[in-house]
Design a protein around this ligand. Structure first.
Ligand code: BG6
Length: 524
């Protein structure tokens, strides 16, 4: 069953048009976009392609300049060429088109050594040159795509060079990880608050920019159908699962100090939990929405020692075979300690202690080198109160489930029971599917396109507020401390290309459930 009758398509068209109106007709102030880490991987893979796509689709301000900074020496032309290669390789729209030269002319390179104040003076001079040309409303966005150890020195240098004083026209965008633990996150928040006001600070969690994640709010609060069922009376349990086929690749150095709990659960998965768990906001205002989300984190039951023992699972991959190729175990990856205690898999059972969710388990799991790449939320509803069908009819019985698939498939599936056609009353679970690909012709924007445009427009809805980040750290700290203090004796405990450690299955099976995975699609 597909939800694609004409009426619905018409609605979709209207919504799409009004979305365009909101995003393009707003007169955007001239913008100078400064990227610290302008020669780095994040810029090449995500930021430059996103800015380029915003440009070719007409979303960038009429006047804008992008200043890349880094330690490598580049001429403007050399930098432009390097980013052209990167955009060709990584943009969702494919190789650059004829407009590249116009976009390329907005790119500049300013070598910057964080330890050398002179380089910040050069940067300030370059920024001032554009400000004079573009006028007094010009806004400056500083994007920190660098290792977190550089966040403080950059923020302080910006302050010292008087680049942060205009509250309305200067912003800082900070990549994750925001802090290494609760204390360091608090320290960073405190430091930033001496330099910027909260409305200038944009903490990125790129999951919030994903199309299917943004749709969670629409799905829950623009439909009368689901909200009455969205509580402990009707929902049995919730699963939030982000599994990856890839290993740590070149990022062993970073990952060794992070692990799955810090890298994914503290941010992306807990943000998804907030979107499932939050109360209805009174409007779509950033403060209102962020308030509702932080309330969820504050209501999550803190982990006791017993909870950590029984309701959390950690794992680390060993070598194995993925699509016919042998892959390394985590301990053999580059820049990884051969006796590493870092988890590449984490699962935990959370409870939200409030009226809506009391007693409903939220199972979260994430891991690398698993059998499938997939991000999904599965909401399993309670069973019917009374069974009228006979045993024969219900052999394939399956409680109703709502599956929100974020990637690679973008879809919402409602699994219901239906009568199988035939002379007998035999029931079969079937999926009612809203599939993005089947419903919309256009590609969805990449998460970074949405987030960068929001930063340019000054909309903080999809960014993390300081208290949200701290509340999320507070939740995971007991688990992190316990795992760090008590080394795992059985690592590695799952082979590459598996579903993770056996205990992860046991964690959910104990409660009578099993992890839900979408069937793999044939490669197109
Ligand atoms: C990042 C993590 O935040 O998210 C990575 O640091 C992870 O380890 C990535 O691979 C997953 O993002 P996505 O968008 O590919 O699901």
């Amino acid at each position: 069953m597909f939800f694609t009758p004409t009426g619905i398509n018409y609605q979709v068209k209207l919504i799409h048009e009004s979305h365009i109106k909101m995003k393009t007709k707003a007169k955007l102030n001239p913008t100078i976009f400064v990227i610290f880490g302008g020669t780095g991987d994040l810029n090449k893979r995500k930021l430059a392609p996103a800015l380029y796509n915003l440009f070719i689709e007409g979303y960038m301000p009429d006047k804008f300049a992008i200043i890349g900074t880094g330690r490598t020496e580049y001429t403007d032309q050399g930098y432009k060429d390097a980013l052209e290669d990167a955009v060709c390789a990584f943009s969702r729209t494919g190789k650059v088109k004829e407009k590249w030269d116009r976009f390329g002319n907005t790119l500049h390179y300013c070598p910057t050594d964080f330890a050398a104040p002179k380089t910040f003076e050069n940067l300030r001079n370059t920024i001032e040159k554009y400000q004079q040309e573009y006028g007094k409303d010009t806004q400056v966005i500083f994007y920190l795509a660098v290792a977190p150890s550089f966040f403080p020195i950059i923020a302080e240098s910006l302050k010292k060079h008087k680049l942060t004083e205009d509250e309305d026209n200067s912003r800082i965008v900070i990549e994750k990880p925001f802090g290494y633990d609760l204390d360091s996150a608090k320290e960073l928040n405190t430091l930033l608050s001496t330099i910027f006001t909260e409305k200038q600070i944009y903490r990125i969690d790129h999951y919030l920019g994903k199309e299917a994640v943004q749709n969670m709010m629409a799905f829950r609060f623009a439909n009368a159908l689901f909200e009455p069922l969205w509580n402990r009376q009707y929902i049995d349990h919730v699963q939030i699962s982000v599994t990856e086929q890839l290993g740590v690749q070149e990022r062993g150095g970073y990952y060794e100090g992070a692990g799955a709990l810090r890298d994914m659960i503290q941010n992306h998965l807990l943000q998804l939990l907030c979107l499932v768990g939050m109360e209805a906001p009174i409007n779509f205002d950033a403060t209102e929405i962020r308030n509702r989300k932080v309330e969820v984190l504050k209501a999550v039951r803190p982990f006791s020692n017993n909870d950590i023992r029984f309701n959390t699972v950690r794992g680390q991959y060993s070598k194995g075979w993925v699509e016919g190729k042998e892959v390394l175990g985590y301990r053999q990856e580059k820049n990884v300690n051969p006796e590493s205690n870092t988890e590449t898999f984490a699962a935990a059972k959370f409870y939200i202690d409030n009226w809506r969710w009391q007693g409903v388990p939220f199972y979260l799991r994430t891991g690398k080198r698993l059998n499938q790449t997939s991000s999904l939320i599965a909401i399993q509803f309670k069973d019917v109160p009374h069974q009228i069908f006979s045993g024969n009819a219900t052999e394939n019985w399956q409680q109703n489930r709502l599956i929100i698939s974020i990637q690679p498939e973008m879809s919402i599936r409602m699994q219901v029971q239906a009568k199988r056609p035939g002379l007998n009353m035999i029931l079969n679970p079937v999926d009612m599917v809203f599939d993005y690909k089947g419903t919309y012709k256009n590609d969805s924007p990449e998460a970074y396109e949405t987030l960068l445009l929001d930063a340019i427009m000054g909309d903080q809805t999809l960014f993390m507020r300081g208290d949200q980040v701290e509340a999320a750290w507070e939740l995971v700290m007991p688990i992190l401390n316990s795992w760090e203090n008590k080394k795992s004796i059985n690592f590695p405990n799952y082979p590459a290309d598996s579903w993770g450690p056996e205990r992860a299955e046991a964690l959910i099976a104990r409660d009578g459930f099993h992890w839900f995975n979408l069937p793999l699609k044939e490669k197109e």
